[in-house]
Design a protein around this ligand. Sequence first.
Ligand SMILES: [Zn+2]
Length: 279
Amino acid sequence: MKNILDDAFEKKYAVPQFNMNGLIWLESILKTAEKCKAPVIIGTTDKIVDQLGGFKLLAQIFEIMKKDLKIKVPAILHLDHGQTVERCFEAVDAGYDSVMYDGSKLSIEENVKNTKKVVEYAHKQGVTVEAEVGSVGGTEDGVYSDMIYADQSECMKLAIETGIDSLAPALGSVHGKYKGEPNLGFEEMARLRQSLHVPFVLHGASGISNADLQKAISYGHAKVNYNTELNIGWSDALRTVLTENQELYAPMEILKPGKQALNAVIEEVIIRTGAYEKA
Ligand SMILES: [Zn+2]
């Protein structure tokens, strides 16, 4: 993970993280990344891990699928929004490549203290760590947050005192669908970039214009997270096939358009983030 993020950070593109909501997502993400010769990150939100069978099962399925599909591009399994230090440890023990510890709802002192524990544990196993300051607004997998802009001195404190590999400074992005136009804090982003060298992570990238995305990447966002955009494409396709074919009941026929929709969104995002042929 560290190598692919550092490469993106240096060459000013971003590695997309696509969240998986089932095996169909995982298959689509891996196959499309391979087709596009792009490095890719597969995110599992803490909330969805248990619904999908737990850390161990997910880590094993990930390895098996990579092998069976002969995936040669770097593909990373990442815990998204790890809710506790223990959950991050569990992911590391199960074989995850990367974890995010989300202490953004805690005081900065608590956030630093816990993030440090995760970094110490994860780095020993060669697992990278992402942390968050401020709060990405909106709802994801049942977790709601108000949007709070990241404070510059808190970002510096967290990044410098913990030794994290990437930082998610919440600067106006939102999980789920945006209400109105996204309003990213580019001035704050520029200021933060001047004082910190760590790669940034943009959460809630679905719905952000291409111009804003390119600007965020130019300020060192080397990882960009997509979930909603994939799920809109998938659910629209599913709705259409079921509405147009009222008699249809064969699962594979029903699922096929959704898979194709996922592939199309993933390929488009890989081009948009500049990750195309970067593997
Ligand atoms: Zn997020």
